[in-house]
Design a protein around this ligand. Structure first.
Ligand code: 5GP
Ligand code: MN
Length: 350
């Protein structure tokens, strides 16, 4: 059974649900990343293969960022802002809803979507690796020790005996989520099982060179120039707190002709500096401030995100939103970090 002790009854209940329902909807979190999109699209493909008579549809709450526009099966995805009425209708009629890569319905962000889901009489199933599952789903496959939801989707499909239904495209999607959520096998939750899953996905036809090519060699010029500006001008270090802060306003993004997708990965760069063990990227979006937090070692940024901003995530990668100014968000972050360092002191090596 390996690293995950699946509850047999829950797995059987899942099988019965999938085989008996006719209108299935699969949902990721807002601003879906590689793991969220990889897992919903692959799961949709598997369910369509296993239950061909059912209508299985994945819906994204947001438009897809350019850096993921190459993902297989993306043309099968319904984008809520482009198809609001249809999306809400599918949810209204659904008899089975999957929540993937998020732990609470609020992570779908948009009130009409959230309301429709909360009003739904469909069975709701969660497959996720964030802490504190809150959705009240059953079955609830919540495994925070998993590197990625894509890892869980693969293992669950295998546990159900449906491995042969995973197409090469779905394998590529699942491997993409593992690669992006682990920072190309650099972050936490790296286990022997994860490498086995990776190897099995490759055997199923996952196209590793394609994924690496798309993630590495197709960045827009604006993104690289923005990176230069950020590292030269916007990186603030607080050695006594072992942290770094980067802020970016809407006008700075516009100046570089960059979109929010072009800021993906910026938050990780300061962690490569000696003595820096946490990093905070604060971006001004149209209606709110978005924070991305990262850490190395034991410092739990998800607790910081939760306590200071009501956000969440994982120990080494978390996020939150703030209504207010960039400066406010930065001060709240620094103040919370200072307080938390009494509970979680910097290690001597820092
Ligand atoms: P990122 O910084 O890449 O946007 O997100 C890092 C992690 O934190 C992801 O697992 C993501 O799901 C989670 N996360 C990001 N923003 C939020 C948020 O506003 N609320 C919660 N609860 N989790 C978030
Ligand atoms: Mn994830």
């Amino acid at each position: 059974m390996g690293k995950y002790q699946w509850d047999r009854l829950e797995v059987e209940r899942l099988r019965q649900l999938i085989l008996s329902r006719k209108r299935i909807v699969v949902l990721p979190h807002t601003s879906p990343d590689g793991d969220a999109l990889g897992s919903i699209l692959a799961w949709m493909q598997v369910l369509r293969a296993v239950a061909p008579e059912a209508n299985v549809q994945a819906i994204s709450p947001d438009r897809i960022e350019n850096y993921l526009s190459w993902l297989p099966l993306l043309h099968e995805l319904i984008i809520y802002p482009e198809d609001e009425a249809h999306s809400l209708e599918l949810i209204r009629q659904a008899d089975l809803i999957f929540h993937l890569d998020h732990n609470e319905v609020g992570r779908l962000r948009y009130p009409p979507l959230v309301k429709e889901i909360e009003a739904s009489s469909a069975e709701r199933v969660l497959i996720d690796h964030h802490l504190f599952p809150e959705v009240g789903c059953s079955p609830c496959f919540s495994y925070p020790e998993a590197s990625a939801t894509c890892e869980l989707v693969y293992l669950l499909a295998k546990e159900l005996g449906w491995k042969e239904y995973i197409s090469p495209e779905a394998s590529t999607l699942l491997l993409t989520g593992i690669i992006t959520d682990t920072g190309r096998f650099m972050y936490s939750h790296l286990s022997p099982e994860l490498f086995s899953v990776t190897s099995e996905l490759l055997a199923l036809g996952a196209d590793y060179p394609f994924i690496i090519d798309r993630l590495s060699y197709h960045n827009p010029e604006a993104q690289i120039r923005l990176q230069g500006y950020v590292l030269g001008r916007k990186l603030e270090l607080y050695p006594e707190l072992g942290t770094a802060v980067i802020t970016l306003s809407q006008s700075e993004l516009q100046e570089f002709g960059a979109t929010k997708g072009d800021t993906e990965g910026l938050v990780n760069i300061p962690l490569s500096i000696e003595g820096i063990s946490s990093s905070c990227f604060i971006r001004e979006d149209k209606t709110q401030i978005k924070l991305s937090l990262r850490s190395t070692g034991d410092f739990p940024v998800h607790i910081l995100a939760q306590e200071a901003f009501g956000g969440g995530g994982h120990q080494n990668a978390a996020g939150a939103e703030h209504i207010g100014t960039i400066e406010e968000a930065k001060n709240i972050y620094l103040c919370q970090l200072k307080g938390m360092l009494r509970r979680y002191p910097l290690s001597q090596e820092q």
